[in-house]
Write a protein that binds this ligand. Structure first.
Ligand SMILES: NC(=O)c1ccc[n+]([C@@H]2O[C@H](COP(=O)([O-])OP(=O)(O)OC[C@H]3O[C@@H](n4cnc5c(N)ncnc54)[C@H](OP(=O)(O)O)[C@@H]3O)[C@@H](O)[C@H]2O)c1
Length: 277
């Protein structure tokens, strides 16, 4: 896809991966609609994009509240023109065992990560099909879409759901010239981890650490949001079904899919090590 003057909508653009990707898209010549709850952060990013000669339109929206998709797309169409690219990136995690997770926490996590993202991509697909235009729709999943880890099982399930939705939509929309890609970052240095702590509703015990926190995850599995942003823009230029930013994480997914027993052994070892520490 020639990206110049194409219109993109990025959710979760007030920080982290979404902000970095919106900026990278703008630098590639795209006109970008940026969506999140924090209006002040969106205004800052809009200014950064404008000072680099780009075009940005900010929309404040809580994706946990259902029924936003049509309104969001219509607002972007009015401000910037028909939408060519959607990156459904807004999301957050929980660091709780499955049994510790309340039904309300479970529902809200799926509402933001899965239902809102699916609604948005579906509405964008309907509009692209109706107008006969080509487009590219993406969701920000995770490397743990392919292998759940203890204490992030509910989050991993939401990311696995996103992967499945993208796989199905890609096949369903293929004849319409609409590409669908899932994005699978490894641990990325963003506000994700403090947000996860607050959404989980509990303080860490002395010496306790989150799983996969960039501070103590092996450096091999930690990256900056700019790495993801560059990979997403590359995927728009040269479309591919899945965007992985770590070969090791991708390989682990393939190996664990072939051998659930190995996954169980590795998880058991890491849990024992954690208990000892
Ligand atoms: N960081 C990682 O290690 C990592 C790894 C794999 C996948 N991911 C995925 O990457 C995506 C982006 O996360 P990040 O790492 O960039 O974390 P982040 O810095 O916390 O960014 C999350 C973004 O989502 C937005 N958001 C959260 N809840 C929302 C809601 N109810 N309505 C609207 N926007 C909402 C936040 O904006 P507001 O708070 O302003 O609304 C923020 O812009 C997420 O889907 C996450 O699951 C992250």
């Amino acid at each position: 896809m020639d990206l110049r003057d194409k219109v993109a909508l990025v959710t979760g653009a007030s920080s982290g991966i979404g902000a970095a990707t919106a900026l990278a898209m703008a630098k590639a010549g795209m006109r970008v609609a940026i969506v999140a709850r924090r209006a002040d952060r969106l205004a800052e990013l809009r200014e950064v994009i404008r000072t680099t000669g780009g075009t940005a339109h900010a929309i404040t929206c809580d994706m946990a509240v259902a029924g936003h998709a049509a309104g969001l797309l219509s607002e972007v169409e009015s401000a910037l023109g028909p939408v060519d690219v959607v990156f459904a990136n807004a999301g957050y995690g929980l660091e709780l065992t499955v049994a510790e997770t309340s039904t309300e926490q479970l529902r809200r996590l799926f509402e933001v990560n899965v239902f809102a993202a699916t609604d948005l991509l579906s509405e964008a697909a309907r509009r692209l099909r109706a107008s006969g235009r080509r487009g590219h729709l993406l969701m920000c999943s995770s490397c743990i879409a392919r292998y759940a880890l203890p204490r992030v099982g509910v989050y991993a399930a939401a990311k696995a759901a996103q992967l499945s939705i993208c796989q199905a939509m890609r096949a369903e929309l293929e004849g319409a010239g609409i590409m669908v890609s899932s994005v699978h970052p490894i641990a990325t240095e963003t506000e994700f981890y403090p947000q996860m702590q607050s959404a989980s509703g509990r303080e860490l015990a002395a010496g306790e650490k989150f799983p996969l926190v960039p501070d103590h995850a092996p450096r091999l599995f930690v990256q900056s949001p700019d790495v993801v942003a560059r990979a997403v823009v590359k995927c728009l230029r040269s479309p591919r079904p899945e965007v992985w930013t770590s070969f090791s994480a991708r390989l682990a997914g393939a190996v664990f899919a072939l051998s659930p027993r190995l996954h169980h052994m590795v998880m058991r070892r890491s849990q024992r090590r954690e208990r000892r520490n």
